[in-house]
Design a protein around this ligand. Structure first.
Ligand code: HAM
Length: 431
């Protein structure tokens, strides 16, 4: 009986994986422009890390973590996100001692036991970035500018950045109380989930996608009416700096984010064409988190993009280019096999993308396969070639059936130089 992958856990097959590689390479280039450095984090963490950061009453911690008990009794979990791990590493390695500001990026799989659907998986991958050590609004603007550039360079066109301020420890409690009152007053119109979480995590009331809850959301109190002066000034400065750089954002008073560590600036990247799972990415400020995890009192801000969702949006815009070999070596017969391997090895070490056909197949079928691979040149090594220690090179792009002969022990640069010459000038024409 065949064994299948686990529900919500997907393979990224060749073709699709080239799109991922391109995404990662482009992201690396943008991170370098902003002088961020990569951090590679473990996939397994102590469960407590996420209970203390994401929050006990969030969906993630309440019901989506893949937790297990280690043999020594420690409660561990597959990480559901990267921010808590970055902060844990920051504190563990006392990064603030070396650098007042840490600018870090990461790639990698995250795990949440959500109900799988298009764009929602149980193992998914994020591209994330965190700035730890800056409390000023210019840092928010720079991070959102980075996100904006990243989306542009990844080729994402119709995505909007939604922005909100969630207030801080001074003003959010009053807003929280107002939401609890509102929830209680509208309990009969809210869904069961919202009625249940109305007092435990009232911000989730604004996030609910149930039609009944959505219909009355506009009557809920707005955070903008509760922000303290510091939060108001901070947010206004973020908006001003972004506007000055021409970054379009949309204010979304009801955007709350699903993780508890956020304060002040929060944002989400919303893409059309993704259906219900329309968030390509999200992020925000998390001043207080470093301290809550045992570190110094420094601020933080960052974001993460979902790679599968980026891939869905890009797929809609066209197929990912499949890499093609520059050379396919076609050996005819067992004697040519060793020479084919040696030549391919030399060309590969020179830097070319090279494939080798199986010697037992006919020239016709080897040529057909090389064509399917999209080879630029096919190098034929048959009995005649072996006798004269030559190779025959066929240009697959040439309309006429053109071939050249070169030495069997050619180097890559010699071969490329020869192929760049007009036919007949340096190489003899094959009879
Ligand atoms: P998040 O909004 O939970 O934020 O996740 C960020 C992105 O990860 C989402 O917008 C989405 O693209 C992707 N994602 C989340 N869950 C799934 C899923 N089940 N299947 C597929 N993709 C998914 C965070 O994780 C924060 N750590 C972001 C952050 C960094 N905030 C500050 N710094």
């Amino acid at each position: 009986m065949k064994i299948q992958s686990v529900k919500g856990f997907h393979d990224v097959l060749p073709g699709e994986s080239t799109r991922w590689t391109t995404l990662e390479q482009r992201a690396r280039a943008v991170f370098a422009q902003y002088n961020f450095q990569e951090i590679r984090l473990p996939i397994v963490e102590r469960a407590e890390l996420f209970q203390r950061s994401i929050g006990e009453t969030t969906d993630i911690v309440e019901k989506e973590m893949y937790g297990f008990t280690d043999r020594d009794g420690t409660a561990l979990t597959l990480r559901p996100e990267g921010t808590a791990s970055v902060v844990r590493a920051y504190v563990e390695h006392a990064m603030h001692v070396q650098e007042p500001v840490s600018k870090l990026f990461y790639f990698g799989p995250m795990f949440r036991r959500e109900r799988p659907q298009k764009g929602r998986l149980r193992q998914f991958s994020q591209i994330g970035a965190e700035v730890i050590g800056r409390v000023d609004a210019a840092a928010d603007a720079e991070v959102i500018l980075l996100l904006h550039d990243l989306l542009a360079d990844l080729g994402i066109r119709d995505a909007a950045i939604h922005l909100n301020s969630l207030g801080d420890r001074a003003c959010r409690p009053q807003y929280r109380d107002a939401l609890i009152d509102w929830g209680a007053a509208h309990a009969d119109q809210l869904c069961d989930d919202c009625r249940r979480r109305g007092t435990r995590n009232p911000f989730r009331l604004l996030d609910c996608k149930q039609p009944g809850c959505l219909a009355i959301r506009h009557t809920a109190p707005k955070i903008s009416d509760f922000l303290c002066d510091d939060c108001r000034v901070h947010f206004a400065r973020v908006l001003e700096l972004l506007a000055a750089e021409g970054v379009a954002t949309q204010r979304d008073e009801y955007m709350v984010r699903g993780l508890d560590y956020y304060v002040r600036t929060a944002f989400e990247v919303v893409a059309s064409g993704l259906g219900a799972q329309n968030a390509l990415g999200g992020g925000g400020r998390y001043d207080g988190l470093v301290r809550a995890l045992g570190g110094p009192d420094v601020a933080g801000i960052g974001f993460a993009l979902g790679i599968e969702r980026l891939a869905i949006v890009l797929e809609a815009e066209g197929a990912a280019p499949v890499p093609r070999p520059e050379f396919v070596v076609a050996p005819l017969g067992a004697a040519a096999e060793r020479e084919a391997l040696a030549l391919a090895h030399r060309l590969r070490r020179g830097g070319a993308r090279v494939d080798v056909e199986a010697h037992a197949r006919s020239l016709k079928s080897q040529m057909r396969h090389a064509d399917k691979l999209g080879a630029r040149y096919v190098i034929i090594i048959g009995d005649d070639e072996l006798a004269g220690r030559t190779i025959t090179v066929r240009d697959m792009a040439a309309k006429l059936d053109r071939q050249r002969v070169a030495h069997l022990d050619t180097t890559l640069s010699e071969l490329r130089a020869a192929l760049a010459e007009p036919l007949d000038s340096r190489l003899e024409r094959h009879a």
